[in-house]
Write a protein that binds this ligand. Sequence first.
Ligand SMILES: [Zn+2]
Ligand SMILES: [Zn+2]
Length: 328
Amino acid sequence: MDGVRVGNRIIGADSPVTVGWENIPKVEGGPFKRAFFTWFQPTMLLALVAFWYYAPNDIAKASTAIWIGIGVKLFMMALEVMSPRHTSWNITWKELVTDLFYVGISYTLVRLAGKYFGDDAMIELIRNAFDWSTFAWFVALPLLLQAFLISFIFDFGQYWMHRGMHNWHPLWLTHAPHHYITQLNVHKGAVGNPVELFLIGLGIGGFFDFLPRAALLAGSLGLAVGIYQHINVRFNSPSWWRFLFNTTEHHSVHHSQDYEGSRSNYSGTWIIIDRMFGTCVDGEAELLGMEGGRRMSVGETMVYPFTEGWRSFKERFGRREPVAVPAE
Ligand SMILES: [Zn+2]
Ligand SMILES: [Zn+2]
């Protein structure tokens, strides 16, 4: 395969990747269906932002956010049946059962993290560790600007963590199992090794309980955009949306079997961060996974960072057999 040149690299030399929005299929059907799949994403984002902006204090709390998250996921499952992006990604019983296992683990871990870090003493500790008057200027900013800054700064960190995972072997070991998924659907964000999930869970569950409204707003931005990373729905996202935000298309390139393609689109929400650092590839891929799409079992996913870590450790530092030097 030849691949397509994007910047200074060749994308799609190992496995097909469609590069360029103009080459990506659109939603077919009547005008109502097309309008729905064009405006759904911005409408949901606007609705969530409006909800968290105006919700009274006794509703604007973490548990409400969790229920909204579950509701949005169920709705996405319905959309996956209505407008699948690739029929080869359609959910099977085997996929659904294993996915729900990982979803169960992620909720348990988030709750566990919440229990430890949501603990009153811990909250006090964190609160007292900072001199909050330093942040007085931040709290004085308009609420939506605060929400944007929290979301953007958080994603900026996430971008470098994710890019680090793809460039530093010890971090890669925790992230690799997530790259063995062979299809995208709404549950796939939870599929991976618990060590990685725990690191993500800390951020979500741990600091949830005492989040100010600006952070809840930032979280809803993450939900209304981040949910599309792993989903099997074809949308006609408006071009400004694709320019600013991460999409299924971007993330499918990240999960592609093409090595260069997978080293792109690291951000969670703001794909514009990838544009800033030259790692954005606008396109999509259908063939996903590592080792040509080998499906990793649940057991292997659980132990992979340790077994593979031990194997590469031995390879690197283990005793080497003396090699016979050929006589000159
Ligand atoms: Zn990755
Ligand atoms: Zn992913």
